[in-house]
Design a protein around this ligand. Structure first.
Ligand SMILES: [Zn+2]
Length: 217
């Protein structure tokens, strides 16, 4: 009993340190929010109409990280997310359109089978871009971005951005196509061509730019 209590106290102290580290790294001094605009609150199609999703309470960490209409999304159509993604409402529809209109047709063409799951590396996260101290806040801080590191096919085969981008011909073609076609559906699309930070995932976001332009690399 005494031993268990000691372990409990040690764990609590360790947790406290971890929590302190997390909260200090998300204070405003670690990223800039100037010029950024929060995501649109309008959401014509609810994520729960596109798959399994539940509405969450508004997220506002008080330092710029803010999600006006957050949802916990587990599936989009027939495609399972490897871990539920916390995203602003408006992300669900482009994700659904991209999966249905690009990812599935390209998977059938390249592999003769469909994608049943996507590997979600990140969704809502209150942090600077590329985790670089002093950089602008990432769109992840608005719940307005998702990082996808791979695709699981019906047979169980996994196609990852890290290995497939320079992998076999069918994987290269598939990844190049789904990366390229995400541009427009999403406002920012980053992959291995962008920089080293994106060598192992696609970053897709709906950055609310004043001029409505896209940035895809
Ligand atoms: Zn990202």
């Amino acid at each position: 009993m005494g031993v268990r209590r000691t372990i409990g106290v040690a764990a609590a102290v360790a947790m406290g340190l971890v929590l302190a580290a997390c909260s200090s790294s998300s204070t405003k001094t670690y990223f800039e929010t100037e010029g950024l605009r929060a995501p649109d609150q309008s959401c014509p199609v609810k994520p729960s109409r596109l798959g399994i999703a539940e509405r969450l309470k508004k997220i506002d960490e008080g330092n710029g990280c803010y999600v006006p209409d957050p949802w916990r999304i587990s599936t989009v159509g027939d495609v399972r997310l490897s871990q539920p993604a916390t995203l602003n409402c408006g992300m669900a529809e482009p994700l659904s359109d991209w999966l249905e209109n690009t990812v599935q047709p390209e998977a059938r063409r390249a592999f003769g089978e469909e994608v049943v799951a996507i590997e979600v590396a990140a969704s809502y996260s209150c942090r600077p871009r590329n985790n670089k101290r002093g950089a602008k806040m990432s769109e992840h801080g608005y719940g307005n971005a998702i990082d996808i590191s791979g695709f699981t096919l019906a047979s169980g085969r996994k196609v990852t951005v890290l290995d497939g981008w320079r992998g076999s011909r069918d994987e290269r073609r598939f990844l190049d196509k789904v990366h390229g076609e995400a541009c427009g559906e999403f406002h920012t699309v980053l992959g291995p061509k962008a920089d080293r930070a994106h060598r192992n995932h696609f970053h897709l976001d709906l950055q609310n730019r004043r001029n409505g332009s896209t940035y895809c690399r």
